[in-house]
Design a protein around this ligand. Structure first.
Ligand code: GLN
Length: 547
C-alpha cells in the first residue's frame, strides 16, 4: 500500500440488482479517463469460498481471470470497463475470509486467544483490501449484498474501521439506492433512500455520495430533499438513470458531475476526463446500420445471466461491424430433426456456448450439423467446440457413436476425453487427471498460450501467431483421433506450444465454422472487440445478406 492510495467503498441499499457492479465499474472508468490508475475488488458476503461451484442459474456466470480464479460475474464488468488485470485478490467471500482465519487458528497463530468477528475477521477483511492497493491511485471496493443483510455486517464494520486506519482524506463511501417513481402518485419517492442511509449510519457509516437509481432525472428540489434527510451536499446526490445500454452508465455519471465530486472529496489532482472513445462507442451501439440474428443453442436454464460475458462479447462483435446483434435463445433439449430447420432458419449465425452435463447434448449436435450442412456461420465455445468435434467425427469421419466421455463413457470413439497427463504451461509441471479427480478444482483454468496456424480462419481473425486465452474445462480433444479427423477435413488451427492440446478447430469448405477450447468472451472489451467474435459476426452479417 502506498501512502497516497485512495479508497472508494461502494455499498447498495433498498434492494438487490440495482447494478452495484456496473456502478463500481463505471466509477473505475471515470477515474481512469482522468489518467488515474485504478483497481476494483468485490467483497461477497456469501459463505462459498469461491463461486466456482455455485449454480450459474442462481448466481449468474462464473467469470474466469487470467490467473485462473473463478470469480463473481461483476469482475467481468470491471475488466470490460477498466484496463486493470484482475485476479485472485480481487474477489473475497465470507467463506474465503473465514477459511484463512480458521487455518491460522489451527496453526496456533492467535496464541490461544479467543478468535472473534471483531477484531479477527474484520482484520482479515482489511488485510484483503490492502492486498490490491499496491501501485494504484484508487482502490474501489464493492460490498456485495444489501444494507440490512446480516451477512454483510462484518464487511461493513471493516470498511468503517478502514477510514480511521488510513485517514479520513483517503476514503469515501458511495451508496447506491433506489428512488422509485410511483405511478399512482405521479411522484418519485425518497423514503426508501432515507431508510437505507439511516441503516448505514446506524452502523457508523455516513455515505459521502448517493447514486440514486431511477427511471428519470432527479429535480434539484428532490436532490435537495434527499441531501437534507441523508446529511450530504446537494451536489453529492447523483442521478443514476436507467439506460438502454450499460456502456452509457459512466457517461451519465460524468454528466452528473460524479467524477468531479470524487476527486474533490479524495483530494486528488487529476486531468479532465477523456471519454470521447466511450461516447463514440455508445453512439455506435445505439445507432447501428445493420442487424444480425444469432441463435444461441444452450440449456434452457443457463440462457440468461449465465452468459453475461458471452452476450457482451457478441455485442462487441456487433460494434466492430456496425451491427445490432439480436439473440435468439434456443433450448437445445427441445431441438429435434423435425423442428431443426424451422427453429434455426432465421439465424444468420449459430453459436453453441460452454456448458456442463449431458442435458440437451444431442440437440446441440443437431444444431452443429445444421450449421455445417447449410453453411451457416458457426461458433462453438468450449463445450460447443466439443460438440463440433463429435458431430464431425460421427457424420463426416464415419465414427459412428463417437462421443465425449463426459456424456458416454463407453463410446467406441472417445474423441473428447479426460487427458491423463499433459504439460501445463501455467503451473509449469506435468498435470494428471482421471475419473476420480473429475470434481471441482481439477479444471484447466485461466490463461493458456496458444499457437495459431497460418492460413486459417483463426489466423485471419487474430493476425498473430502467439495468443493467450482463458480456459475453464476438464475435457480435451483426443489426439488419438487427430489424424483421422484431419484426414476427413477437420482443420486444427490452434494448439498449445507443445502441440499436445488442441485449442482451435475449424472447417475449410464453409463460410465460417470454428470451435475453440477456451472462452474468448472473457477477453472481449467494448473498445477492443474480440477478433473471433468480430469475424463470426462479420460472417453472419454476410450470410444475412444472402438471397
Ligand atoms: N463440460 C466441458 C468440460 O468440462 C466443457 C466445459 C465448458 O464448456 N466450460 O470440459
Amino acid at each position: 500500500m502506498s501512502d497516497a492510495t485512495k479508497y472508494i467503498f461502494v455499498t447498495g441499499g433498498v434492494l438487490s440488482s440495482l447494478g452495484k457492479g456496473l456502478a463500481s465499474a463505471s466509477i473505475g472508468l471515470l477515474l481512469e479517463s482522468r489518467g488515474l490508475s485504478v483497481t476494483i475488488q468485490k467483497l461477497d458476503p456469501y459463505i462459498n469460498v469461491d463461486p466456482g461451484t455455485m449454480n450459474p442459474f442462481q448466481h449468474g456466470e462464473v467469470y474466469v481471470t487470467d490467473d485462473g480464479t473463478e470469480t463473481d460475474l461483476d469482475l467481468g464488468h470491471y475488466e470490460r470497463f477498466i484496463s486493470a488485470k484482475l485476479g485472485h485478490d480481487n474477489n473475497f467471500t465470507t467463506g474465503k475470509i473465514y477459511n484463512s482465519v480458521i487455518t491460522k487458528e489451527r496453526k496456533g497463530e492467535y496464541l490461544g486467544g479467543t478468535v472473534q468477528v471483531i477484531p479477527h475477521i474484520t482484520d482479515e477483511i482489511k488485510k484483503s483490501i490492502r492486498l490490491v492497493s499496491n501501485d494504484v491511485d484508487v482502490v474501489i471496493v464493492e460490498i456485495g449484498g444489501t444494507i440490512g443483510d446480516i451477512e454483510s455486517l462484518p464487511f461493513l464494520e471493516a470498511i468503517r474501521q478502514f477510514r480511521s486506519d488510513v485517514g479520513k482524506n483517503n476514503v469515501i463511501y458511495i451508496h447506491l439506492t433506489l428512488v422509485p417513481y410511483i405511478k399512482t402518485a405521479c411522484e418519485q419517492k425518497t423514503k426508501p433512500t432515507q431508510h437505507s442511509v439511516k441503516e448505514l449510519r446506524s452502523i457508523g457509516i455516513q455515505p459521502d455520495i448517493l447514486l440514486c437509481r431511477t427511471d428519470r432525472y432527479l429535480s434539484p428540489e428532490l436532490k435537495a430533499k434527499i441531501a437534507l434527510f441523508c446529511n450530504v451536499d446537494d451536489n453529492d446526490v447523483i442521478t443514476a438513470k436507467d439506460v438502454d445500454c450499460i456502456y452509457e452508465v459512466p457517461l451519465i455519471y460524468n454528466q452528473e458531475g460524479l467524477g468531479n465530486r470524487i476527486i474533490k472529496k479524495l483530494n486528488i489532482w487529476a486531468r479532465a476526463p477523456r471519454l470521447e472513445d466511450w461516447q463514440e462507442l455508445v453512439d455506435r451501439l445505439k445507432h447501428p446500420r445493420f442487424s444480425v440474428n444469432i441463435a444461441i443453442v444452450g440449456k434452457y436454464v443457463d440462457l440468461t445471466e449465465s452468459y453475461k460475458s458471452l452476450n457482451e462479447a457478441l455485442s462487441h462483435g456487433g460494434i466492430a461491424n456496425d451491427s445490432r446483434v439480436n439473440l435468439i435463445y434456443v433450448d437445445s433439449s427441445s431441438l429435434t430433426e423435425e423442428n431443426l430447420e424451422s427453429t434455426l432458419e432465421k439465424a444468420d449465425g449459430i453459436l453453441v456456448p460452454g456448458g456442463f452435463g449431458s442435458r440437451g447434448i444431442e440437440g446441440k449436435i443437431l444444431a452443429v450439423k445444421y450449421a455445417r450442412e447449410n453453411k451457416v456461420p458457426f461458433f462453438g465455445i468450449c463445450l460447443g467446440m466439443h460438440m463440433a468435434v463429435i458431430e464431425f467425427a460421427r457424420h463426416v469421419a464415419a465414427m459412428e457413436d463417437a462421443h465425449g466421455t463426459e456424456f458416454d463413457i463407453n463410446t467406441p470413439y472417445p474423441v473428447i476425453y479426460l487427458m491423463k497427463e499433459w504439460y501445463d504451461e501455467r503451473t509449469k509441471k506435468m498435470e494428471k487427471r482421471d475419473l476420480s479427480s473429475d470434481k471441482g478444482g481439477t479444471m484447466r483454468l485461466g490463461a493458456y498460450p496458444c499457437v495459431v496456424v497460418s492460413d486459417t480462419l483463426a489466423m485471419n481473425a487474430y493476425r498473430e501467431e502467439n495468443i493467450s486465452e482463458r480456459h475453464r474445462h476438464r475435457y480435451e480433444f483426443n489426439n488419438q483421433y487427430r489424424k483421422t479427423l484431419e484426414d476427413a477435413g477437420l482443420v486444427v488451427s490452434g494448439t498449445s506450444p507443445d502441440e499436445e492440446l488442441v485449442e482451435i478447430v475449424e472447417l475449410r469448405d464453409h463460410p465460417w465454422f470454428l470451435g475453440c477450447q477456451f472462452h474468448p468472451e472473457f477477453k472481449s472489451r467494448p473498445l477492443h472487440p474480440h477478433p473471433l467474435f468480430r469475424e463470426f459476426i462479420k460472417a453472419s452479417l454476410k450470410n444475412s445478406r444472402k438471397e
